[in-house]
Write a protein that binds this ligand. Sequence first.
Ligand code: GTP
Ligand code: ZN
Length: 358
Amino acid sequence: MNNNFLAAYGLNDRFAQEATLYQGLYLARVIEQYRDFYHVIAENGELQAEVSGKFIFNARNNADFPTVGDWVMIDRLNEHSGNAIIHQVLRRQSVFERKAAGTTHAVQIVAANIDVVFICMSLNYDFNVRRLERYLTIAFNSMATPVIVLTKADLCTDLDRKLQKISDVCAGTDVIVCSSMTENGYRDILTYIANGKTVALIGSSGVGKSTLINRLLGQEVLATREIRDDDRGRHTTTSRQLLQLPNGGLVIDTPGMRELQIESGDLAQTFDDIAEFAHKCRFKDCSHTTEPGCAVRKAIENGELLQDRVNSYQKLQKELAYEGLNSRQLEQEKIKNMFGSKGEMKQAMRQIKNKKQR
Ligand SMILES: Nc1nc2c(ncn2[C@@H]2O[C@H](COP(=O)(O)OP(=O)(O)OP(=O)(O)O)[C@@H](O)[C@H]2O)c(=O)[nH]1
Ligand SMILES: [Zn+2]
């Protein structure tokens, strides 16, 4: 297998190793998703592919189907006898999901195997610490590493105050300040995009994600807003969803990633300060509203916690869909199906756990 070529598409030892479980099949990465087929990159280059009938039969829900960023096992390396057939999706290292429109239970996977997710927020009108908390929750739940990117520094006059506000809610997450108005305005971001690493950008519309991706690409591949306004639709010049950057990194930019809202998430990590107090509440399922012996309310009274922050925690808690599985649970389910022996499964679970603790 020519893994050097695929390394430029993010192949690492973990996937290469898992691929050896599937004798006679070839490793490929999904770079684009259409309704009924995919574009994948394999060791000889790009191919059109579709899932096998057996795959469809065995799929339990949408989340089982390949998505952009997935590593898959296909049956051929050339197209001469029709589409390549996808037989298997390798276990995802990270996964971004959203609820499918109009349903309460079905989740839709929007991208997989992202190493670093840039949470983009502009320093002017979009600046909102509560929104940042939401995106951090999404990021932590995905198992990708979040980095906060503050855009449009040129439009901000009180940077220090805003940075302080951010450090109050997300100590431990790196923060980058950037601007497209200066030549080197994106230099710091590049330090997070190593060779073969896959990144993605999330954040509200208009914060400058396309501008940033174009800068990273070194060319105007994506239509930014001023171009889009008089030109129909977005991404007019390309429909690629997984792009290679000149420095060897990869960026995933799917419509789904752009529309991510908080739908599932593990709030504990984003709100670990609150969780610490909640631990000491008299009742295990304390809602921190009227219960006696509530350590969270006491912390607010003592000035150890901000009422605002607790409010947004409670609001998010309500919004979270607890029905259905979150992405981590989905992956665990999948491992169970994939690995026959308990030992193999345990090992895989340990890997996930280690990754989570990092
Ligand atoms: N002043 C200033 N404007 C910027 C900066 N970065 C982007 N913009 C402008 O902000 C507008 C929106 O930028 P886009 O890159 O299209 O935003 P986006 O996040 O991709 O938006 P969606 O595609 O809708 O998600 C454009 O007019 C950009 O030129 C910046 O650093 N400073
Ligand atoms: Zn309480």
